[in-house]
Design a binder for this molecule. Structure first.
Ligand SMILES: Cc1cc2nc3c(=O)[nH]c(=O)nc-3n(C[C@H](O)[C@H](O)[C@H](O)COP(=O)(O)OP(=O)(O)OC[C@H]3O[C@@H](n4cnc5c(N)ncnc54)[C@H](O)[C@@H]3O)c2cc1C
Length: 341
């Protein structure tokens, strides 16, 4: 059987690897000239366990399962973070610290309650978690090595279907797996959100890499990247730039964002984190913005879980986060099971 996978982000690459392991014929089409270049290469690089999602059970469960499966298969593509704090600021969080801990405990998430460092001067309950950081350069090397002669770069795919075949750029396949996070074919239940994160360098080289994630609600987080001393600053209210009905509109928004708008976002995001960490700008210097697009379901319940849908010979994966790749691959396998046995 012949499979086309469209998109060489974490989803397309992981699913292609699993299908290839079954002995199936796989081709991966990627419009960019490298792999892991769009959302998978432009995010906060957090391998989630579920601590970010106090308000969404499905997301927490997928993250918890996905985290451990990620470590089983791809531990070498992650690194631990020496002190990874989740902080619940008194009065600013939508839920109090006791409720937060209860939700995480009842979801089977282990943490250690620990007083936060003095650089965080705002009263917060705090826990330390085992969430890790994703290593994107290593992931690129891994997937190039495990998918030789499989990935076609610089090929923008279009899809058409007849009764029992699907065509990608006119070529016939048994199945096509759309791993473009909704960019190939929009979905009425999802919208596109243009986003901005900010990169900072920690001034004191070699000091401990601490991650700070303030929850729950319209708060912010500071998280290390794969590059020593380089962090991302993200903000629930200020990272979103705008909502868009189409992929083209969202891509246009990030391509044309002015330096004035970037500076405005920067001021707002720095002001927000300095409410909790007043010395932030003494310790970190601003580098660059990171611009990308999120595909999100409508609704206010903070759903970042993964959905896999089948339309005839086309299977579409709508990711939420990187840890959900195992859920997506299992769903794809279940949908094609009868025909691959
Ligand atoms: C600001 C931000 C912060 C985030 N933080 C985190 C985080 O900390 N942890 C986490 O787990 N997740 C995070 N996410 C979510 C995570 O990035 C995504 O869930 C994940 O990367 C999606 O992977 P993907 O493979 O589905 O999509 P992508 O990585 O976007 O891959 C899709 C690929 O499809 C290609 N493509 C699109 N159209 C076509 C076409 N027609 N033909 C050929 N190729 C095409 C694109 O070029 C792209 O390479 C964040 C996302 C954003 C935007």
């Amino acid at each position: 059987m012949r499979f086309a996978v469209i998109g060489a982000g974490f989803y397309g690459l992981h699913i292609a690897t699993r299908l290839k392991a079954l002995g199936l014929e796989i081709r991966v089409f990627e419009k960019s000239d490298d792999i892991l270049t769009f959302a998978s290469g432009n995010n906060q690089f957090r391998l989630h366990l579920g601590f970010h999602y106090a308000r969404n059970f499905r997301t927490r469960q997928q993250s918890r399962d996905g985290f451990f499966r990620f470590l089983e298969r791809y531990q070498q593509l992650t690194e631990p973070i020496p002190e990874n704090y989740y902080l619940v600021p008194k009065g600013d969080s939508l839920i109090d610290f006791s409720t937060y801990k209860l939700i995480m405990m009842s979801s089977g998430l282990d943490f250690v309650e620990k007083e936060h460092p003095v650089e965080i001067s705002y009263p917060c309950g705090s826990v330390v978690t085992a969430e890790r950081v994703l290593m994107i350069d290593r992931a690129r090397q891994h997937f190039y090595q495990h998918l030789p002669d499989t990935i076609e770069l610089g090929v923008e795919a279009t899809v058409s279907m007849d009764d029992d075949r699907v065509r990608v750029n006119g070529e016939s396949f048994d199945y096509c797996i759309d791993c473009t996070w909704g960019h190939l074919m929009p979905d009425k239940n999802f919208f596109f959100e243009s986003t901005i994160l900010l990169y900072y360098r920690k001034k004191e080289a070699g000091s401990l890499a601490r991650a700070y994630t303030f929850v729950d609600g319209p708060l912010c987080s500071l998280y290390p990247t794969e590059k020593p001393g380089i962090f991302t600053l993200s903000s629930v209210p200020y990272t979103p730039i705008a909502q868009h009905g189409t992929s083209d509109e969202a891509l246009h928004a990030i391509a044309t964002l002015s330096s004035h708008d970037i500076n405005l976002k920067r001021l707002l995001m720095e002001k927000q984190i300095m409410r909790y960490y007043p010395g932030f700008l003494d310790d970190y210097e601003y580098l660059d913005p990171q611009l990308c697009v999120k595909t999100k379901p409508f609704g206010h319940d903070d759903d970042r879980s993964c959905y896999v849908k089948r339309y005839g010979r086309l299977i579409k994966c709508l990711s939420g986060k990187v840890d959900n790749i195992f859920y997506a691959a299992a769903e794809v396998m279940a949908l094609i099971e009868d025909e691959t046995e």
